[in-house]
Design a binder for this molecule. Structure first.
Ligand SMILES: *[C@@H]1O[C@H](CO)[C@@H](O)[C@H](O)[C@H]1NC(C)=O
Ligand SMILES: *[C@@H]1O[C@H](CO)[C@@H](O)[C@H](O)[C@H]1NC(C)=O
Ligand SMILES: *[C@@H]1O[C@H](CO)[C@@H](O)[C@H](O)[C@H]1NC(C)=O
Length: 401
């Protein structure tokens, strides 16, 4: 989980360790590379199997709206633990920040969606076509920006600087104390009480007590909650990714024994339908509204075709669970869920497709069979399911007043 740094408990390192390079060269679109890739694809087809290259565009005559929700890219740890040998490690960009690898991951993901939806998303960015909403965390905002750099490189007409193959595209966000759409950090009394209830129940589960004992002993701090396991798991993972040698005692429990309680902790924020309603219901409401605009032909002026949400692991998990999946999930960096609204013109009706891409390397998103729906999933049925999870009056349901 990633609700870190709200109290500003750490500072920027006083002595920046990296020298900033004079010029950050922006990757150029390489025709040579494209030719080589195409050549390789043809060659492998000749050799008997066709490689699904990322340039394969998705063919669909029925597609009308696309919603993409992703987790930010690779980041530095958000917290440390008592016996952490890297407690005082100076992360050049500070704790909880997007790394260069993370920037690249989302840029690559944007490029993948660019080629995947080449027949749907116009090459030229147009303000009225797309709306981007991000969690206000810097790493999510930055991930959204590099994703957009990959998705919408400026066309010739849009070049505004001879050396910069990038154009500004707005990313909208609400301050954290007001965000009940993406980050789900706007205070909600009822949600908090219900979440605490589930957390207490899981923490008391005897199957975790050996793990809690072991972790308490070696971290030199109290570890009696799956939420604490969650934070520790992320810290160990990010330190390891950064090439730091994590202590030997971790080998017995990380990642294997810690993974289940970690994933369970991510899932608790959207554990049942009431929690989903209060945590991600407003986002589902936006999805329903944007699909409705097309499906009911209301508001013909503003018919956007692309909505992008940049969030956290828990955001991906919450949408996953709201779509009716109870399996625990560990979304990797840049994991994305896609919802598509299609129109069957001949039958004059609409249907929905859902996809999951568990990381930014996956070439072709995995289609999800929605458990509450027939196949194809008619929009009316989809909408009925969403409507159950959309709060009518969020503040009142939160019992905030
Ligand atoms: C564990 O904590 C105690 C008391 O806070 C301290 O004296 C001890 O040095 C710590 N041990 C490690 C390995 O950090
Ligand atoms: C979800 O869990 C909370 C806390 O246990 C409970 O009050 C609520 O009724 C549950 N909602 C559903 C739909 O089961
Ligand atoms: C990601 O998904 C692919 C299939 O789409 C699967 O083969 C792979 O094991 C998954 N990776 C992880 C880490 O879950």
């Amino acid at each position: 989980m990633e609700y870190d740094n709200d109290d500003n408990t750490w500072r920027r390192p006083s002595t920046p360790k990296v020298e900033h390079s004079k010029c950050n060269s922006i990757p150029k679109r390489s025709t040579t590379l494209a030719v080589v890739v195409l050549g390789l694809a043809v060659l492998s087809c000749l050799l008997g199997y066709c490689v699904l290259s990322e340039t394969l565009p998705y063919e669909s005559k029925t597609l009308r709206v696309v919603v993409i929700l992703f987790r930010h890219g690779a980041r530095t740890p958000t917290s440390t633990y008592k016996s952490d040998p890297f407690k005082n490690y100076q992360w050049p960009d500070g704790l909880g920040s997007l790394t260069n690898a993370g920037k690249l991951q989302l840029y690559e993901l944007g490029k993948k969606y660019r080629s995947y939806y080449a027949n749907f998303i116009p090459e030229e960015y147009y303000d009225k076509d797309v709306y981007v909403r991000s969690s206000d965390k810097s790493r999510c905002m930055m991930s959204a920006y590099t994703f957009l750099a990959g998705l919408y490189p400026p066309t010739e007409r849009q070049m505004w600087h001879p050396e910069i193959l990038w154009q500004p595209i707005p990313v909208h966000s609400l301050p954290r104390h007001l965000d009940n759409i993406v980050a789900g950090t706007k205070p909600c009394k009822e949600f908090k009480a219900m979440y605490q209830e589930h957390l207490a129940e899981k923490d008391a589960d005897p199957k975790f007590s050996d793990l809690f004992d072991y972790l308490s002993k070696y971290t030199n701090q109290t570890m009696r909650s799956i939420l604490e396991v969650d934070f520790l798991y992320s810290t160990l993972q990010t330190e390891q990714e950064a090439g730091l040698k994590i202590p030997d005692w971790t080998k017995n429990v990380f990642p294997n024994k810690m993974r289940m309680p970690f994933m369970l902790s991510l899932a608790l924020l959207s554990y049942n339908e009431t929690l989903q309603r209060l945590h991600i219901g407003s986002l589902l409401g936006e999805v329903k509204d944007s699909f409705d605009e097309i499906a009911t032909h209301t508001n013909l002026d503003s018919q956007r075709s692309l909505y992008i949400y940049s969030g956290h692991d828990v955001t991906v998990v919450a949408l996953w669970r709201a779509l009716g999946y109870n399996e625990l999930l560990e979304p990797e960096y840049g994991a994305s869920i896609v919802l598509e609204l299609h129109e069957d013109v001949e039958q004059s009706n609409f249907f929905v497709k859902a996809f999951y891409r568990n990381n930014t390397k996956v070439e072709v998103p995995m289609e999800l069979k929605l458990p509450f729906c027939e196949d194809p999933c008619m929009y009316d049925q989809f909408k009925q399911h969403l409507t159950k999870l959309i709060p009518v009056d969020w503040e009142a349901e939160c019992k905030n007043v």
